[in-house]
Structures are given as C-alpha cells and as structure tokens.
Design a protein around this ligand. Sequence first.
Ligand code: ZN
Ligand code: ZN
Length: 366
Amino acid sequence: MSEFQRRRADLWRKVRGQGVEAFLVVNVEGSDQPNLRYLTGFTGTFGVLILAAEEALFLTDPRYTEQAQSQVDLPVGEVRGRWIPQVVERLRALGLRRVGIGSARTTLHLFEELKKAGEGLEFVPLGAPVEELRRVKTEDEIRKIREAVALTEAGLSWILKRLRPGMSEREVALELEFWYRREGADDVAFDLIIASGPRSARPHHRAGPERLRAGELVLLDVGVRVDGYCADLTRVVSLGRPDAKAVRAYELVLAANRAGIAAVRAGASGREVDAAARRVLEEAGLGELFGHGLGHGIGLEVHEGPRLSTASEDVLAPGMVVTVEPGVYFPGEFGVRIEDLVVVEENGARVLSAFPKEELVVLPGR
Ligand code: ZN
Ligand code: ZN
C-alpha cells in the first residue's frame, strides 16, 4: 500500500461513520492544494478527488492531465470547460447520493454551486478531517521538514555574514530568498520577515525599504519549503552593541522559549505549553507584550494544527511538529522573538532546529 493509499484509507475510516458514501476534495486555483497533495501527491492548482468506499477517482483539466497521470496513483479523468456539472455527473455515475466535503477549505461559493448543479445529491460539510490527519507526521514527513530546516538555517548563516548597516530590509529578504532558491528550495514558505529597529516590534512586519542601522536589532523570521514541507525559524541579532534593555528582553524570551520546549510532550494541551512559556514573561512583568500564541503546527502549510495558545483546545500527540516562538514587542522600540521547531514525542520534544540562540549575537555595526 502506498503512502497515499494509506492516507486515503485513514481518511475514509474517519469519515465513513458520518453517514456519507464518499468524500470530495476540490482544489480550484490552489484553494485546497495542501489537502489534495497530501492525499494524492498532486501539485497542480486544479484537481478533484472523489473518494468512495470502493473507488477513488481523480479529475483535472487538460493543463494538468499528463502531470496528474505521473503524480497520482489513481485513475485520472479529464474535465473541460464548466467543471462543476461534470464532477456532479461523475458522482451520479458512481451511484453516490450523500457526499462529504471539508468545511475549512471549501468556499461558500463552491458549496452553493455544487448544490445547485447536484440535484438529488446531498453535500455534507464534515469539518476538517484531512487537516486533522495531517497533524501527525510520519518519519518521512519529519525528514522533509528537517531538510527544510537545514536549508533555512544554512541560509540564515549565509545572510548573517552579510548584514551591514545601510542595507534595506527588502534587500536582505531578496538576497536570502535568491540564495534559498538557488540552493534547492521549492520556494520560501512565506514572505520572509526581516524587521529592523522599531519595526521588529511588529510581529508580522513585511520587509520594506527601511535600512538597517547600527545599534538596532534585526529580527529574521525565515523559512523555506523543501519537497512541499515548510520550515519556520526566527532569530534576532544586534548590529553593533545592543542596549541593556534589549539584552534583558532577549534573555527572558530565550528562557520562555526553553520553558515552552520543556513543556512539549504527548498528552500536554496546547494551552498548557503556551502557559509554560508565557509564565516566564508574565513573571518578569512582560506578559502584556507577548500578544500572540506560542506556536503552531507546521507541515505542508506553514501554519496548521495544532495550535499552542491561550485559546487552543488541541492536545499534543507523538509525531506532531510544532513551532515554539515566544516574543516580546516594545512598540516603537524593538521586538524579540525566538522560534524553534520541535517534534512531539511520548516524553518530551525532539528539537529540529539547531541554529545557535544561547545569547544575543552581536554583528559588526560598521
Ligand atoms: Zn516564523
Ligand atoms: Zn511560526
């Protein structure tokens, strides 16, 4: 049984008890790319998987027929022109009536269109069963994430040797992205965050035209995709001597990062792990400055389940891969975040990222 067959069998076991005869995954213009890739290996932007108890079928359009035939271990059908009625026709031809569909990635528009075209059929929203399966990674998936982490770290080392006052954030981001692509990344996993000086106080700052300056911090939140799988890593450095407040913030965030990692284990809740890290900052009077969750799952998507946050209802299980990324942000001044990736194990965490973090690295200020 191939990995994809096993995943589809797991999915079918998960949904069959909910009174449906099939499950439909529709990826249109990339709308559900990660789930479809997970279940079939298909990397194009348009594809439909019909998964029924006895039969599974993959549909795409002529742009992708040949690609699908080489990537997908299922019979590949082709649709041309208006595709929704043709998908509905296939469902009818298979004798299906009640068809489950994921709620998280199906637009309301698509859902309405399916209902309109599918007279006599019933489409049943079933939550996010594929996303739930994706939370727990196989060793093979973890190996791919490791590769993405290794490349991410190599690029970070490379760019840190080149950081100089006067470079713009955008220049740094572009040079690093170029390096990643040349060294074999599929792509960057997200718009690289290069945030210097007061902009580092904005957790999701986008690299802009502002220039790096001596005496300021530079926050680099970077990650690449390798073989579909993402990495996500944050480090902060100082260009020239940092002030005492920045050093102190760095030490506290590092302590919070370590407390978070120490709290990761199978059975721990996302809320408990978040609280373990948050407590360190709260006790130092900085709790208010840590405005986001501690971490998130990562895999085919850079942000996926489970969540580590004050609102999380998730419980960690072996094989989940999550980030641990506490931060403190002093508006108008600076921010510090330290982000690592870990695998949840029975009795703890296996840390995938190895980039040094023991102290605030000081780079030449000239
Ligand atoms: Zn990040
Ligand atoms: Zn992250």
